[in-house]
Design a protein around this ligand. Structure first.
Ligand code: ZN
Length: 334
């Protein structure tokens, strides 16, 4: 969920390492991790949209799906090719009709080449790939893979629903609104999402995952104008001094948007953050369900009972260790 993008330098990497090492992993139990809160909630809530045939298995592993909802963000600095999967700069293209911006990965790479696509982000295509991978994992009755890809897919879908993940101006850096990325997607959900209504109804089958992925980014992009404009207008009314305050976090004083500014902005958005979060929950449930149906509805109760398929987490711990190691070995991309 961080706003740092594809091109990063060593100091970013070191910063991120220390962020995780000193902040994310040392917060007191029960306090949501800064920035990761919404992703975790979305994956967790999506479990409850599933039909009874899937529910026992997903509920059994709900803590895994919650905790690992943020894996793609953690590995984006260490794993080559990860970073572009989280966004798409729709405004980097002259127009976004099907003819200009092909909806299928194959046609898009033929037109632009992988490097250009990676530069502007690939989230709607990557959702399609993850959907295929999850369907294959269901077909193979591979519990570990089902859970791993379910957690990842939930993350990418949630990112696709964030307006600031669909623009080159992803952190308001082109309009003098630096910090708006974390403000919208981290601070607002952390402050207000306990009041949100997350009732979405049951998961439904997605006839065209490709269309659904693209609809999500276009809908998010349609909300972008409001996200930026309201923040600018409110800043003009409230003034810079009442916009920011300071908070103690983990023994350090950090600059934050004040509660008052946050509340006013949130009210002005009229439920936008709630709508986007709820759309994410529904879409994650829909995609998990669709993969299971497309795989022939394998018996997940049997999988849930099978002791051999218990996810012990050891593999994940080893994998995460390797991300940290690579942080110091990866060359900058600039
Ligand atoms: Zn992300």
């Amino acid at each position: 969920m961080f706003e740092q993008r594809y091109r990063i330098n060593i100091s970013n990497q070191v910063f991120v390492f220390f962020f995780f090492a000193t902040v994310a992993y040392s917060l007191p139990a029960g306090k949501p991790q800064w920035g990761f809160y919404a992703h975790k909630r979305i994956n967790r809530l999506a479990v409850f949209t599933l039909p009874p045939e899937m529910l026992a298995f997903y509920k059994k592993h709900i803590d895994y799906l919650t905790e690992n909802a943020v894996n793609p963000d953690k590995r984006r600095y260490a794993v080559v090719g990860e970073a572009p999967r989280h966004f798409i700069d729709l405004d980097a293209y002259p127009d976004t009709t099907k003819a200009t911006l092909p909806r299928s990965w194959k046609q898009a790479t033929e037109r632009y080449g992988e490097d250009t696509l990676a530069l502007h982000g690939i989230v709607p295509w990557h959702i399609q790939l993850a959907k295929f991978q999850l369907t294959e994992a269901f077909k193979a009755r591979d519990a570990k893979r089902i859970l791993k890809i379910s957690a990842d897919l939930g993350h990418y879908i949630a990112d696709a629903n964030v307006p600031l993940h669909t623009t080159r101006n992803y952190n308001g850096q082109m309009t003098g609104q630096q910090g708006i990325h974390g403000f919208w997607e981290s601070r607002l959900p952390e402050l207000f999402s306990t009041e949100y209504d997350f009732f979405t109804g049951s998961a439904t089958y997605v006839p065209s995952p490709q269309k659904a992925a693209w609809r999500a980014v276009f809908d998010a992009h349609a909300a972008l104008d409001t996200v930026l404009r309201f923040e600018k207008e409110l800043t003009g009314q409230v003034g810079e001094t009442r916009k920011y305050g300071f908070e103690e976090r983990n023994g350090q004083t950090v600059k934050v948007y004040t509660d008052d500014f946050s509340r006013k902005y949130h009210e002005r958005l009229r439920g936008q953050v709630e709508r986007q979060m709820r759309a994410s929950v529904k879409m994650v449930g829909d995609f998990w369900y669709t993969c299971w149906v497309d795989a022939g509805q394998p018996d997940l109760d049997k999988l849930a009972r099978d002791a051999a398929t218990t996810v012990d987490g050891k593999e994940e711990i080893e994998e995460k260790k390797s991300w940290w190691k690579r942080l110091f070995n990866v060359r900058p991309e600039e």
